[in-house]
Design a protein around this ligand. Structure first.
Ligand code: ZN
Ligand code: ZN
Length: 335
């Protein structure tokens, strides 16, 4: 059985559990570990059964609980290499040191780990020529202050370094690239590039047991490569972030409004609807609208826009419209 459970969706945290065959993965870890486990239990999912975490991009609402959750469960994290680097930079306390000092610290940590025979970890070196492209600057304290991590209970039996000393340490790191499908156990994953202001953001098509699930949030618009991917799906999770008028008249500073509206920002209700009306093939049993803004959208506005776009396509068997929420899990969808 294939099962898809959105635990949280929105700018305060994104997390989805996907099961296929004997494999269970978490897509993004934007809730604190404690809240993530709480919601998994609410949704009837067992945290200890997770096999891996797959990350779309390094924005805080997608990685907030990543280090703690991966350590606690002792499971690998799948990133693109650029996303992994951006995540490490975000977590490293470089605001108190120069970039050169920070690089030196990362290298020293990597060398120390290599010197330990037990440590088998990917090389954490950073290209010193890499441009400094940090754009969403959250507080690095949020993860390091999370009280959930208890190294003594590490299921792998190892002793990971403390979160405070090495906030970027993970039990295992696997790299993937947009355009190159890969598998985790019984789940096939096709990552594709999406236009968003992160280091190397991706959407996914997951397939397992002949069921195909599309995952596209955090994108400024829907370019042809994304349209191509979002075909022949059984389920589509699509961003419907903001109502244009609410955003324009709303409380955000102009610079933030411009960012959200840009080609690397977020999809409006109108943009999601345009896709559903003009480009979507109408095949999916479920369409889930996600990443709704709490300030610049209302669930009913998003729903009405999508319903209008799907008019004539809705039936008992296809295009059932659901809205993912920020503060509670959506009921599991099974195939
Ligand atoms: Zn996001
Ligand atoms: Zn984002």
């Amino acid at each position: 059985m294939v099962r898809f459970t959105v635990l949280a969706s929105g700018s305060k945290g994104n997390c989805t559990v996907l099961s296929g065959g004997r494999t269970r993965i978490l897509v993004d870890a934007g809730l604190s570990c404690r809240e993530l486990f709480r919601r998994m239990k609410m949704a009837g999912e067992e945290p200890a059964a997770l096999n891996a975490i797959v990350i779309t991009h390094e924005h805080q609402d997608h990685v907030n609980g990543l280090a703690v959750t991966a350590r606690k469960l002792g499971i690998p994290v799948y990133f693109t290499e650029a996303t992994h680097r951006a995540w490490m930079r975000w977590l490293s306390p470089r605001r108190q040191m120069s970039y050169a000092q920070w690089l030196e610290m990362i290298r020293k940590q990597a060398a120390e780990r290599q010197a330990e025979p037990a440590a088998q970890e990917d090389d954490l070196q950073v290209d010193p020529d890499e441009a400094d492209v940090e754009n969403s600057v959250p507080s690095a304290a949020s993860t390091s202050s999370d009280p959930d991590l208890d190294p003594a209970s590490d299921p792998a039996g190892g002793r990971p370094p403390s979160l405070k000393d090495e906030p970027t340490w993970l039990p295992a790191i696997e790299y993937f690239q947009a355009g190159q499908p890969f598998s985790i156990g019984d789940i096939c994953i096709s990552p594709f590039t999406i236009p968003h202001d992160a280091a190397d953001p991706v959407g996914f098509v997951f397939s397992s047991e002949g069921v195909r699930l599309g995952f596209a949030t955090d994108l400024g618009y829907i370019p042809p490569n994304v349209r191509e991917q979002l075909r022949d799906l059984d389920l589509l999770l699509l961003e419907s972030n903001h109502d244009l008028e609410m955003l324009r008249d709303g409380p955000y500073p102009w610079s933030v409004k411009q960012r959200v509206l840009s080609r690397v920002g977020h999809l409006s209700n109108d943009a999601a609807s345009e896709f559903l009306a003009a480009d979507y093939d109408g095949q999916a049993a479920y369409i889930i609208l996600g990443h709704l803004s709490e300030n610049n959208n209302l669930p009913e506005l998003a729903r009405v826009a999508a319903e209008r776009a799907l008019l004539g396509r809705a039936s008992l068997l296809a295009n059932r419209l659901l809205l993912a929420a920020q503060h509670e899990p959506l009921s599991a969808i099974s195939f």
